[in-house]
Design a protein around this ligand. Structure first.
Ligand SMILES: Cc1cc2nc3c(=O)[nH]c(=O)nc-3n(C[C@H](O)[C@H](O)[C@H](O)COP(=O)(O)OP(=O)(O)OC[C@H]3O[C@@H](n4cnc5c(N)ncnc54)[C@H](O)[C@@H]3O)c2cc1C
Length: 682
């Protein structure tokens, strides 16, 4: 709950927001054009006066203010918030307020699940140029050069910063930071804390943020607060500008507007949309959907990374570090099959060689599995074919020291002790390479709106992320976005969370001077709240069908027939979502409602993803088309937009050509429409 929160009003203590309870939609993200998407209203729509509508659902809208809102308490969000807090500590001006909003307690953010490590150049045999070259090679032509350099040059600095803050990096016998090999990296440069790097990294960031979270500190936490949408002026237009976020306080069961001139989206990835995924249930693409509705293009969404070593059924990840430490992959006959699919020459067991065999890039290993499966070389199980990850030769002691989490996961979820038996694995949806289009520092093109971490597409990963590059991206771009957001907020001349006076009362100032922003926020909150107690379609059925179709038709290899099927299904699911059933009407901690709200975002992001995959008629990195096996000569980003009627449009833009981030600017190719009615690209 936001500290110091109190209800404010221009006139009488609360802003009332109202929504007539109707038997049926429209709902947020209703599938256009059959149903308008209410959250996409363009420009400053007027709402009826506050406190109206007899017999309607009426709720109070609290209003609070911040200099910067950060949505997300994972690696990227905490880095952004800390950047603002540190800037505050350096200056003697009024302390800015950064509202750190997370739908889960920050330590439950998905960063906690990261296992293998974070890449940063330290060794004498390594160089920044080499890290840049490896990242560009992995990205298969779709990286933005400046974004790669920006992250690579700052990576080790951020990792040392975390060391100073207490992160217990694993060490060599000499006491230096230990680094391990990772897929696609030509040198050992991945820093790690056993195989629990994400836990230690998140813990370190979080405990550091506590220093700044005191009563008068700059970081105001809003834990278990669900952001429903952004409030944006002129969404999709040339004067687009963010005004704040509409939040639902899950404990008080109340909506809240946090007004701010700058917002950083750090909401993580969306790979939970697939049926089998390494991602937690919270990775639903909320911020990605918000940005799309606000007019920011989503870039390269078709590039979804499949991790080659997930546990069958659950999709739980066994980190690439297992192969970096010397683990090998075996087919049903116990043979190392990767050399037969272009990843050779075969290397000695237990002596991994960079970028070869088990240490090839993830996309190539997942593709090799697909071929091996088709060639009958996998072991059939009820969860599909599997191959075997053999770690036995590493020995109990090394497994305990370097891979304790992998050992525990294999025992608990596959019933296998890796010290004595190989572990069954198969590819699983893992990482969203595409996302909200930003520049290297997280700016989106909507004034005041930034994005960082897995929800953003800075251009670092291109068509295939190298493992261990994303944790450093959350740190580097998170920090840069936080700094840029604060600078923007200062330049915008925001009166500040305290209404202008230094210090006192920060975070709970007078109501907005702009009642119209409050009206719009109230309308947004109303529409979401009105979903409760309505509809007939069970959300679980929609979610299951989405996972099934993405697994089947938007997997490692795709073709036009499958993608058209997937597109038609996603569009149908979006239409069905318009009548989605939220049985629980409780305002407090209503997970039925919250997960259904998330499902709306996931459906929109899935729609963008499948449309982008259908529109990309080539094979590159993680996007492999059976019907278009060649690589285009000119590498191009895809950009997905929503047009004014809610139709998904896809256009293509040459790499490096579009450093002008203005949202109103038209992309270079003619956009293709993907309408709900046609069910296919045209
Ligand atoms: C199993 C696994 C292992 C991995 N291992 C590695 C590794 O070894 N090395 C590496 O570099 N990368 C790894 N990755 C990838 C990396 O961990 C992630 O890309 C990264 O941690 C994402 O961080 P983030 O801050 O962007 O998002 P997250 O950590 O996912 O945080 C998202 C935040 O947004 C909040 N949020 C979302 N929606 C809303 C909303 N509507 N309202 C309010 N709050 C919201 C959530 O509460 C959460 O706090 C791994 C990924 C997985 C799944």
């Amino acid at each position: 709950m936001g500290r110091g929160a109190h209800e404010t009003s221009q006139t009488s203590g609360t802003f009332a927001c109202c929504g007539a309870a109707r038997a049926r939609g429209p709902f947020p993200y209703g599938s256009a054009p059959r149903l308008p998407d209410p959250s996409r209203a363009r420009g400053p729509a007027r709402s009826p006066p506050h406190g109206r509508t007899a017999g309607a659902l009426v709720t109070a809208l609290r209003v609070e203010r911040a200099d910067v809102v950060v949505v997300g308490g994972g690696g990227a969000g905490l880095s952004a918030a800390l950047a603002v807090a540190e800037a505050a500590a350096r200056e003697d001006r009024r302390v800015p307020v950064v509202a750190l909003v997370s739908k889960v307690y920050p330590m439950r953010s998905h960063t906690v699940a990261a296992e293998g490590g974070a890449a940063g150049v330290v060794g004498d045999d390594d160089s920044l140029e080499q890290h840049v070259a490896d990242t560009l090679a992995g990205g298969a032509g779709l990286c933005e050069d400046d974004a790669v350099r920006f992250v690579v040059e700052r990576a080790a600095g951020e990792l040392y910063r975390l060391e100073r803050w207490g992160l217990p990096w694993s060490r060599t016998d000499d006491g230096d930071v230990a680094v391990r090999r990772f897929g696609g990296m030509s040198r050992a440069r991945t820093w790690f804390a056993a195989d629990k790097t994400g836990f230690h990294l998140l813990h370190t960031l979080f405990q550091t943020s506590l220093r700044y979270s005191g009563v008068d500190g700059p970081v105001r936490r809003y834990d278990e607060h669900h952001v429903l949408d952004l409030v944006v002026d002129d969404a999709g237009g040339p004067d687009a500008r963010v005004r704040g976020v509409v939040v639902h306080d899950q404990h008080r069961g109340e909506p809240l507007l946090i007004e701010a001139p700058a917002v950083v989206l750090a909401t993580g990835g969306s790979a939970r949309a697939w049926g089998t995924s390494t991602n937690a249930g919270i990775c639903t693409g909320d911020g990605t959907a918000m940005a799309l509705r606000a007019g920011v293009p989503l870039r390269d969404m078709e590039f979804l990374q499949f991790h080659p070593t997930g546990l069958p059924g659950s999709g739980i990840l066994l980190t690439e570090a297992a192969r970096g430490e010397g683990g090998v992959l075996l087919d049903a006959d116990g043979r190392r099959y990767l050399a037969d699919y272009g990843l050779g020459p075969e290397t000695p067991v237990g002596a991994p060689v960079p970028r070869t065999m088990e240490l090839g890039p993830r996309d190539r290993l997942s593709q090799a599995f697909w071929h091996a499966d088709r060639d009958g070389r996998t072991i059939p199980t009820p969860d599909g074919g599997v191959v075997l990850l053999d770690l036995r030769h590493l020995g109990k002691e090394r497994l305990a020291e370097r891979l304790p989490l992998v050992t525990g996961l294999a025992k608990q979820f596959a019933g296998v002790d890796p010290a004595t038996e190989p572990v069954p694995v198969r590819p699983t949806a893992h990482y969203t390479m595409g996302g909200i289009r930003t520049d290297a520092r997280g700016a989106t093109g909507v004034a005041g709106l930034f994005a960082a971490g897995e929800c953003a597409s800075t251009g670092l990963h291109g068509a295939n992320r190298l493992g261990s590059n994303s944790l450093v991206e959350t740190l580097v771009v998170g920090r840069a976005a936080g700094e840029a957001a604060l600078a923007w907020s200062r330049a915008a001349g925001h009166p500040g969370a305290d209404g202008g006076a230094a210090g006192a009362g920060a975070g709970v100032g007078p109501a907005s001077a702009d009642g119209e922003v409050v009206d719009r926020a109230a309308e947004i909150a109303d529409r979401y709240l009105a979903m409760r107690g309505r509809g007939t379609e069970p959300p679980a059925a929609i979610r299951a069908e989405l996972g099934r179709v993405l697994d089947a038709d938007a997997g490692i290899y795709r073709d036009a027939d499958g993608l058209r099927r997937a597109l038609a299904t996603v569009e149908d699911l979006r239409a069905r979502y318009a009548d989605v059933r939220v049985a629980d009407t409780n305002p407090v901690l209503n997970t039925d409602w919250a997960t259904t709200v998330e499902l709306g975002a996931t459906l929109l992001v899935a729609h963008a993803t499948v449309a982008a995959a259908l529109a990309r008629e080539e094979s590159r990195g993680a996007h492999q088309r059976l019907d278009f096996p060649d690589v285009d000569d000119v590498p191009r980003h895809s950009e997905v937009r929503l047009d004014a009627g809610g139709t998904i449009e896809v256009a293509h833009v040459p790499v490096g050509a579009e450093h002008d981030m203005r949202v109103g600017k038209r992309p270079i190719t003619t956009p293709m429409s993907f309408s709900a009615e046609r069910g296919a690209g045209s």
